[in-house]
Design a binder for this molecule. Structure first.
Ligand code: PEP
Ligand code: MG
Length: 755
């Protein structure tokens, strides 16, 4: 068997020279294939580029018929080349023609070549093309040769990704590397944004691929791996893992990979072929991504994220650069693309320049979503590999009303969206015109619309929307976005500012709702199998009364002599409510004893989020001043479906008979007890949800601020009695297959209501 001439390092050095020559893209490719063929002692070397139409086009060849260049175009699942592309894995055969996938193209004249080695041209795990060498003689290429060809493919990947080949192709047949991509994700936060990609955790950009001195490069790599390992050991053994905001499990997984001999061996091998250490990390990670992205097992996909993070840490170690985007110096019209993100991280970005948010993970009820909504940033989620496909600076459109995402959109798509943005702006103007109109239905029913809030950025929304007050103030948001535990004085200051901003309008403060998916990065979180069902919200408050009492004191003092409304989250039994209420009484006694001003009135309510409360409504209603229905959690527990897990969160419809029956029972019982009941879950923020809620008897809703306009516009046109007569019998029907959502849509269409 013949070996590579001068080895891969010589080839890489020669490639570097060719890359620097001032020649056309085609000439450069032609030279590259000649170089590779000569270096690998192959009779044929060809480059196939994946096109936007999902075909593979021959872009350059040494050895095959030159006339076939740009003429041979194959389906991406056709032949051995197609197989390499679709599997994103090398194929190494001594007798290619015997392979069932072999397909013969007469124009290329390749029938005389028996051995075949094809490797995918990969970048961030995405296939951009295929690089092939062939020989007449039947031979199997050595592992070193496969490795060398993969390394070479990496250099080609950069060339294709740079876009310099696009000029060679007619429209519709350009290389797919920069193709326009459309994704259908989950709509998280309403609105449309056009802008440019900023990666929240940017891939470290490798600028220097080819090593000058391989032994030195190996040393550099080993040193960085060593530092990485010891920093992980240090973090796990001595550091306060919780303080770093990272979960111990994740760090354990990182450490396991960092010590994995296979991983380190692959990195070393890549350096031995002549790559710089950072290019070697990128190559190995790109191969791993390509393989893992084809897996459907969620466990393996999760491990891919761990490996990505680890590779990024190692890259940062190697390049000595921190590639986090500058939070203050965002480009204009920035669209943030992240795998996942916490609410505090989102708040770190300059709101004025941030136009949109794209998350690979993150469901409609996750907290970063709630913050995105509070800030009015359009967001989509559930977009797999978005951060791998989008490059910094790429044009992008986020449609937070439908969940659509367009990366590198075509000009007509951009124009269509620009038009929609204008249309929405006009509609927004119409909503503002309704701002000061009382919210009364056509048949005279008054509906109170309030906003949900939690941060000081929300406060101007009371005035902009003309809302009747704050129906849910999520006090935990202040805790979630703070770097450490907010002091009593800070809590007091926020609550006062909220009451000041609200003026005469009522504010319902909800006491701390932490635990479950609402973790405080600085608080040692208890490991729980089932955090959503665990030690959270009022349970934590009652077990650690110091925390709850501090908050209650801050609230009571902030109220001064004004009226105050307090409610407790996740109440499961009336006894819990009694205990919580007792803490308020004790705080009032304390204030009285110390001569402080007391609020004019203190109303105390309970959230209804736990299904068990449905069977204690009479007892509960005797004790409370009001109820507030948290439909997000109530639906999560009614259906036993994790609200933050995008795989299941959309599986059940909140507008279904079981949910609406439960909600109606609450409304009916509250009515019978003459106690007000508000719905403050996201259901109330969708016009169709609000329509259903009003139909089953609710007259008070608390919404995400941007929903006030659309919900109010719908209610002003609504005949309340008519929708009640339409919906109530429907939800009582036990006949299978009544699609309530569709029925409501039909009602809206027939009655001229905008949903
Ligand atoms: C709810 O559960 O519906 C609710 C309003 O509370 P949160 O979304 O903050 O859990
Ligand atoms: Mg809740």
């Amino acid at each position: 068997m013949r070996g590579a001439l001068g080895g891969p390092r010589v080839l890489l050095r020669r490639l570097r020279e060719v890359m620097a020559e001032p020649v056309s893209a085609q000439e450069r490719l032609d030279k590259i294939v000649v170089l590779i063929a000569a270096n690998m002692v192959a009779e044929v070397c060809s480059v196939y580029v994946l096109r936007v139409d999902a075909t593979l086009e021959l872009y350059a060849t040494e050895g095959l018929n030159r006339d076939a260049v740009h003429r041979t175009v194959m389906g991406s699942d056709e032949g051995l080349v197609g197989l390499v592309a679709s599997q994103a894995n090398p194929i190494n055969l001594s007798n290619a023609q015997a392979h069932p996938a072999f397909s013969y193209r007469p124009e290329t004249g390749e029938e005389i070549y028996h051995s075949f080695l094809g490797v995918p041209i990969l970048r961030a795990g995405n296939t951009l093309g295929v690089l092939v060498v062939q020989n007449r003689a039947r031979r199997t290429y050595s592992e070193e040769e496969v490795e060398a060809l993969q390394t070479t493919a990496m250099v080609l990947a950069e060339m294709i990704a740079s876009g310099e080949l696009s000029a060679l192709a007619p429209p519709g047949a350009e290389p797919a590397a920069r193709r326009s991509v459309h994704f259908k994700g989950t709509a998280l936060s309403d609105g449309i944004a056009l802008g440019h990609v900023v990666l929240h955790e940017p891939r470290v950009v490798v600028t220097n691929f080819i090593a000058d001195d391989v032994p030195k490069e190996l040393e550099h790599l080993r040193g960085a791996v060593e530092t990485l390992r010891s920093s992980l050991d240090e973090l796990l053994e001595h550091g306060d893992v919780v303080e770093g905001g990272e979960h111990r499990d994740v760090l354990e997984a990182y450490r396991m990979f960092a010590y994995d001999r296979g991983w380190v061996h692959k990195l070393e091998e890549a350096v031995m072929t002549g790559l710089t250490a950072e290019a070697a990390v990128e190559r190995v990670q790109s191969d791993t991504r390509a393989r893992m992205l084809r897996q459907t097992d969620p466990f393996l996909r999760e491990r891919l994220h761990d490996l990505d993070d680890l590779a990024n840490r190692l890259m940062r170690q190697l390049t000595g650069r921190d590639h986090a985007p500058s939070r203050e110096n965002l480009p204009e019209n920035a669209i943030l693309v992240a795998r996942s993100m916490g609410p505090a991280a989102l708040l770190d970005y300059d709101r004025k320049r941030l136009r949109g948010l794209v998350l690979e993970e993150g469901g409609p009820h996750s907290h970063v979503t709630i913050v995105a909504r509070a800030l009015g940033i359009p967001a989509v989620g559930g977009i797999e590999n978005a951060a791998g496909i989008a490059d910094p600076g790429d044009a992008v459109i986020v449609d937070g009303s439908t969940g659509d995402l367009h990366i590198r959109p075509l000009p007509d798509m951009e124009a269509a969206y620009a038009e929609r943005v204008k249309l929405r702006a006009r509609r927004q103007q119409q909503y503002s015109a309704l701002r000061d109109k009382p919210c009364v239905t056509k048949d005279g029913e008054e509906v109170t619309l309030m906003i949900n809030a939690g941060l000081s950025v929300d406060l101007p929304h009371i005035a902009d929307t003309g809302a009747a007050g704050i129906g849910l103030f999520r006090t935990e948001l202040q805790f979630m976005v703070a770097p450490n535990f907010p002091r009593t004085s800070e809590q007091y200051a926020l609550y006062r500012a909220v009451l000041d901003a609200a003026g005469d309008k009522p504010v319902t403060f909800r006491t701390l709702d932490i635990g479950g998916d609402k973790l405080l990065p600085y608080m040692r979180n208890v490991e729980e199998e089932n955090p959503a069902l665990g030690w959270r919200a009022i349970r934590l408050g009652l077990d650690r009364p110091g925390l709850l009492r501090t908050q209650l004191r801050a609230l009571l003092r902030a109220a001064g002599s004004r009226a105050l409304k307090i409610m407790f989250p996740m109440i499961s039994t009336v006894q819990e409510f009694d205990q919580a209420k007792d803490l308020v009484e004790r705080e009032l006694t304390h204030l009285r004893r110390h001569g402080h001003k007391l609020p004019a009135a203190v109303e105390i309510g309970s959230m209804v989020e736990v299904p068990a409360l449905l069977y204690q409504l009479d007892e509960l209603l005797e004790r409370v001043d009001f109820l507030s229905v948290g439909s997000n959690d109530l639906v999560q527990f009614l259906y036993a479906v994790d609200r933050g897990n995008p795989r299941v969160s959309n599986r059940f419809d909140s507008l279904s008979a079981p949910v609406l029956r439960a909600l109606k029972d609450i409304a009916d019982k509250a009515h019978a007890h003459h106690k007000p009941a508000t719905v403050c879950g996201e259901l109330a923020s969708q016009p169709i949800g609000a329509l259903a809620l009003v139909a089953i008897g609710y007259r008070s809703l608390s919404l995400t601020p941007s929903a006030i306009g659309p919900v109010k516009a719908m209610l002003l046109d609504l005949d309340c009695r008519k929708i009640a007569a339409f919906l109530c019998p429907l939800i009582e029907q036990t006949k299978r297959g009544v699609a309530i959502r569709e029925q409501l849509e039909k009602f809206a269409a027939d009655n001229g209501l905008q949903l």
